[in-house]
Ligand binder design. Structure first.
Ligand SMILES: C[S@@+](CC[C@H](N)C(=O)[O-])C[C@H]1O[C@@H](n2cnc3c(N)ncnc32)[C@H](O)[C@@H]1O
Length: 213
C-alpha cells in the first residue's frame, strides 16, 4: 500500500503548500547544525558500545538530523519523506543518494523487515493522527533491526495542540509509554529531555529502545 492509499488531513498538509512552506523556513545554517549535532551526540552516546551501522529517518524533511548524523557517524543513512520539495533538497544538497530517499509515509514503509539498525522519528509522530499512529509504530518497529529512537513533544496525557493556527496537525502524548506498551520486546536504552533554553532546540523528550527477540 502506497501513501496515496492513506488519505489524511495531515498528509494533505505536509505534501502541499503547508509542507513546502516548512521546507522554505528551515535551513541548515551553522548554528542550527551545531544544536542538532549536540542533540545526536547525547542520543548516540549510550549506543557507543554497539553503534548502528545503518540509520533510517522517518520524515526527514531537508535532513537536519541526517546532516548532523553524517558529521558524527559512518552509518549508512536512509530516509522516507512524503514532501516532494524536501526530497529534492535532500538529493540536491547531497545529503542522501537518490536510491536512499523513499517517497512514502510511516504508516506504510516500502522496505523489508529489519532494513536498518536504527529507525527514528524527530518531530514526526506528533504530526500523525492518533488514528494512524498504531500503523506508523508497527511499520517503524518492523523495519528496525536493533534500535528505535523517538524525539517528540511530550504530554502526560494525549492532547491536541493547535499548530501554526490550525487544528488537526499536532498531537502530544507520552510516546515512550506508547512504544513500550505496544511492543513488549522493546527495552529502554536511555531517555532524556532537551530544554529549549539550554539547548536551542525545542523542548523535546527523547527515547532510545532496543529491540529484543
Ligand atoms: C516537523 S517536520 C520534522 C523534520 C525532521 N524530522 C526534523 O527533525 O528536522 C515533520 C516532517 O515529517 C513529514 N511527515 C509528515 N507526516 C508524515 C508521515 N505520516 N510519515 C512520514 N513523514 C511524515 C513531513 O513532511 C515533514 O518533513
Amino acid at each position: 500500500m502506497g501513501k496515496k492509499d492513506i488519505p489524511s488531513q495531515q498528509l494533505d498538509a505536509w505534501q502541499g503548500d503547508f509542507g513546502d512552506a516548512y521546507v522554505e523556513r528551515n535551513a541548515p545554517v551553522p548554528e542550527i547544525m551545531e544544536t542538532r549535532r549536540g542533540m545526536w551526540r547525547e542520543i548516540l552516546a549510550p549506543l557507543s558500545g554497539d553503534p548502528p551501522t545503518s540509520i533510517f529517518e522517518v520524515g526527514a524533511n531537508i535532513g537536519l538530523n541526517l546532516r548532523a548524523l553524517g558529521d558524527l557517524t559512518d552509518a549508512r543513512l536512509m530516509a522516507i519523506e512524503p514532501n516532494e520539495s524536501a526530497r529534492k533538497r535532500l538529493i540536491a544538497d547531497d545529503v542522501l543518494a537518490a536510491d536512499d530517499i523513499y517517497d512514502g509515509v510511516a504508516q506504510s514503509i516500502d522496505l523489508p523487515d529489519g532494513a536498518a539498525d536504527m529507525v527514528f522519528t524527530s518531530g514526526v509522530l506528533i504530526h500523525i493522527s492518533p488514528a494512524d499512529l498504531g500503523a506508523a509504530c508497527t511499520e517503524i518497529y518492523r523495519v528496525s533491526n536493533k534500535y528505535i529512537a523517538c524525539i517528540e513533544y511530550f504530554s502526560d496525557t494525549p492532547e491536541e495542540v493547535r499548530y501554526r493556527n490550525q487544528d488537526g496537525l499536532l498531537f502530544k502524548r507520552d510516546f515512550g509509554e506508547l512504544w513500550m506498551n505496544s511492543f513488549p520486546t522493546l527495552s529502554l536504552v536511555d531517555y532524556g529531555f532537551f530544554w529549549k533554553r539550554a539547548t536551542g532546540l525545542d523542548n523535546l523528550t527523547w527515547w532510545v529502545f532496543r529491540k529484543n527477540s
